[in-house]
Structure formats: structure tokens, C-alpha cells
Design a protein around this ligand. Structure first.
Ligand code: NAD
Length: 374
């Protein structure tokens, strides 16, 4: 297959879909790869490293010429969609429900499209799980941002000038991002508490050396290991129970999400007011509405009481070298798995293709997108 790797153009998107060592492996598997000039520059993968790995470097329309697959990180803009050859397959974090009209444009262009975030999170697909590889980076970076913004140390220190108490960190939502945030905050020496509406994660939180915050009367285990949406009564119980824990924390990192829904608001303005001046909230759910009532996506605001609230957006793109490396391996695993009889097999009888293909040869096949467009 011929695989094209365009340069990402979305503001702040510093990742690249394939990195040189992964390209060398794909070329070893018989594929040909063209990389747009400068595609890896923002992630510190220079053109000559791609050329050394065996990729052709091209500009403009030549990037896409004859491509069977276009591998991207974020969804393409209209001009980029127009450049994709009819019959090719677009692969990326396409966020179909965030912009259903974009999916319509893929169909009109006569291409196929596969959304990496819709790959079923089964054991078979673990190596392709870009949601996990990128969420983990987000969880790590959230702690680094919090440590940077907090006017205190994270670790306990015993010095000749006296003892410094460790920072208290509360992580709300202990999925992939939350568990990485817990592990990172622990490694920096903070006292960490984790909370999730799925009590099944209690042991995982404790195994990282954190305490688990118990809230009686709320159990949200839903399908496929995800949380279900809570009732307004359950959310009220949670918010009330959390005010004390939030007020006693120097740092709160929120990652609570329910697939396909707006993020639940768990940190109210009252809870923020209970925090000491200088405390920090990093809201990883900012892009889907925020877990904190005061969050503004893409901005850092300071509350009246002096609490910094960081509305974190696309943190994986701020760690572009490793985010690209891991994402590229996810894409490699996917392409290798789907490559059968010298083509990409996007048939509905394959579990992974059935979950992730949103447009098949010009036809929208993702039911939630169809409903959103109707
Ligand atoms: P996510 O990003 O959808 O949600 C993050 C966390 O928020 C989840 O743990 C969820 O329970 C929690 N949450 C939702 N509503 C909440 C509320 N009101 N209060 C507190 N917490 C709330 O989830 P994710 O991190 O992508 O994945 C969640 C789970 O999916 C994992 O823990 C795991 O069980 C499963 N998973 C399985 C695989 C696999 O088997 N290959 C891979 C990845 C994830």
C-alpha cells in the first residue's frame, strides 16, 4: 500500500501520525510511504530521519498522489479532504461526533474513513488503542502543569530550615488518564487520593499508593468498563461529599468522562471557594464541557479566592515526541492487522473495522454520526 503522512495543520497540533522507526517497519512490510516536508518537525522528527527510514519527502499534491491510506493525527480541513484521492482510506482521531459535517465531506469525496478513537477497547486491539496511549500522556502532563502552577513543593522535605509538608492531590476520575496522574503525582512525592464513580478501580488506585475516596450511594459501572451517566440525585450526593475532599487539597485533577456525553460537573464554584488561595485545578475534561463549574477550555483562570483553574486542551500535543511515537505504533498495529490480500480490509465482519470505520467507500456507516446528521 502507499501511505501518505501529511503535516498536521490544526493550531497547537504538534504531533505527527507516523515516526521514522515505525515507517522503517512499515516499509519492511512492503509498503511505500510519502511524508510531507516538515511533517515531523514540531515533534522533533526531522525530514532527513524520515528519508533515512526510506520515506519519500514531498510537498503539496505530491504528498497524496496515488495514496491508498492517509495517516493523520487530527481531522483534515476541507482543502486537505479535497486532496485525498477518491478510494483512499483516511485514518486519524477524526472525532466524528464533534463535527458530523466533516464525515459528510469524507463521504462526498468518495473515501473511506477510520476513527482511531472508535477502535473497540478489546484485548485484541490493545496495541491500537490510541485513546489510552494519548490519555496516559494527558494524565502525566496534567500533574506537571499542576506542579508548575502550585506555589508549593509536591514532596515532603526535611531540611535544615525545617520540614515542608507534601502537597495533597485529589484525582477525580481514575480511568487511563486519572491512573497515570495518580502515579505521576505519587512519583513527585505528593499525598494522593483518587476517586471514581466505578468502585472497581479502587484496587488500582490503592496499588499506586493512593487513598481511595469512598462515596456511599454512587456506583456508576456501565458497559465495557466505562461509567454510565449518573442521575441528578447521584451527582448531588457526589458534589456534596466531595466539597470537603476538594477543600482539603492543594491540587485537584479532574478526568471524569462518560463516552459521547458532556462531562459531569463535579467541582462546583462552592467547592472551589473551599480551596486555599494558590491551589490548582487541572480540568482534563475541559474540551467536553469541564468537570469544574468555572473551567474555560483552553484558558487558565484564577478564581476570586485565588485558585488557578487550568482548562487543559489537547495535552498530548504538548508532549509531541512521545505522543507521536506511541500514536504511530497504534497506527502501525492497526494497518498491519487490517492489511489482507494486498488491501486494507474494512469489512463489517471484522470486529475492529466494524467499530472504527465511519465511512466505507463514500457511504457513512457510523450510526451515531448518521443520527447526528439527520
Ligand atoms: P473515560 O475517559 O471515558 O473516563 C474517565 C473516568 O471517569 C472513568 O474511569 C470513569 O469511570 C470516570 N467517571 C465518569 N463519570 C464520573 C463521575 N460522575 N464521577 C467520577 N468519575 C467518573 O474512560 P477511560 O479512561 O478511557 O477508560 C475507562 C475504562 O475503560 C478503564 O478504566 C478500563 O476499565 C476500560 N479500558 C479497557 C481497555 C482494554 O481492555 N483494552 C483499554 C482502555 C480502557
Amino acid at each position: 500500500m502507499k501511505i501518505a503522512v501529511p503535516k498536521e495543520r490544526a493550531p497547537g497540533e504538534h504531533r505527527v501520525a507516523l515516526v521514522p522507526d515505525v515507517i522503517a517497519k512499515l516499509i519492511g512490510g512492503g509498503h511505500a510511504i510519502t511524508v510531507e516536508r516538515g511533517a515531523g518537525a514540531a515533534a522533533f522528527y526531522p525530514d532527513d530521519a524520515y528519508a533515512k527510514a526510506g520515506a519519500a519527502i514531498a510537498d503539496g499534491a505530491a504528498v497524496y498522489a496515488g495514496a491508498d491510506v492517509v495517516a493523520r493525527v487530527a481531522k483534515p480541513d476541507d482543502a486537505e479532504v479535497a486532496a485525498i484521492p477518491a478510494g483512499a482510506t483516511l485514518v486519524g482521531l477524526l472525532a466524528p461526533l464533534g463535527d458530523p459535517r466533516s464525515v459528510e465531506r469524507y463521504a462526498q469525496r468518495g473515501i473511506s474513513a477510520l476513527a482511531m478513537e472508535l477502535i473497540p477497547r478489546t484485548t485484541l486491539a490493545q496495541a491500537m488503542d490510541a485513546l489510552s496511549s494519548q490519555a496516559s500522556i494527558g494524565g502525566y502532563k496534567a500533574v506537571v502543569l499542576a506542579a508548575e502552577a502550585l506555589p508549593k513543593y509536591f514532596p515532603m522535605l526535611t531540611t535544615a530550615a525545617g520540614t515542608v509538608q507534601p502537597a495533597k492531590v485529589l484525582v477525580i476520575g481514575a480511568g487511563v488518564a486519572g491512573l497515570q496522574a495518580i502515579g505521576t503525582a505519587r512519583r513527585l512525592g505528593a499525598i494522593v487520593t483518587g476517586y471514581d464513580a466505578r468502585s472497581a478501580v479502587k484496587e488500582q488506585v490503592q496499588s499506586l499508593g493512593a487513598k481511595f475516596l469512598e462515596i456511599a450511594g454512587v456506583e456508576a459501572t456501565g458497559q465495557g468498563g466505562y461509567a454510565r451517566e449518573l442521575t441528578p440525585e447521584e451527582i448531588a450526593i457526589q458534589r456534596a461529599a466531595m466539597v470537603k475532599a476538594i477543600g482539603g487539597s492543594d491540587v485537584v485533577i479532574t478526568t471524569a468522562a462518560v463516552p459521547g456525553r458532556k462531562a459531569p460537573v463535579l467541582v462546583t464554584a462552592d467547592a472551589v471557594a473551599a480551596m486555599a488561595p494558590g491551589s490548582v485545578i487541572v480540568d482534563l475534561a475541559a474540551e467536553t464541557g469541564g468537570n469544574c463549574e468555572l473551567t474555560r477550555a483552553g484558558q487558565t483562570i484564577v478564581s476570586e479566592g485565588g485558585v488557578s483553574i487550568i482548562g487543559a486542551v489537547n495535552l498530548p500535543a504538548t508532549v509531541p515526541t512521545h505522543a507521536s511515537q506511541l500514536y504511530a505504533r497504534n497506527v502501525q498495529a492497526l494497518l498491519t492487522y487490517l492489511y489482507r490480500d494486498e488491501r486494507l480490509a474494512l469489512d463489517a465482519n471484522d470486529e475492529i473495522a466494524r467499530g472504527a470505520v465511519i465511512v466505507r467507500a463514500g457511504e457513512i456507516v457510523h450510526e451515531p454520526t448518521k443520527s447526528a446528521l439527520a
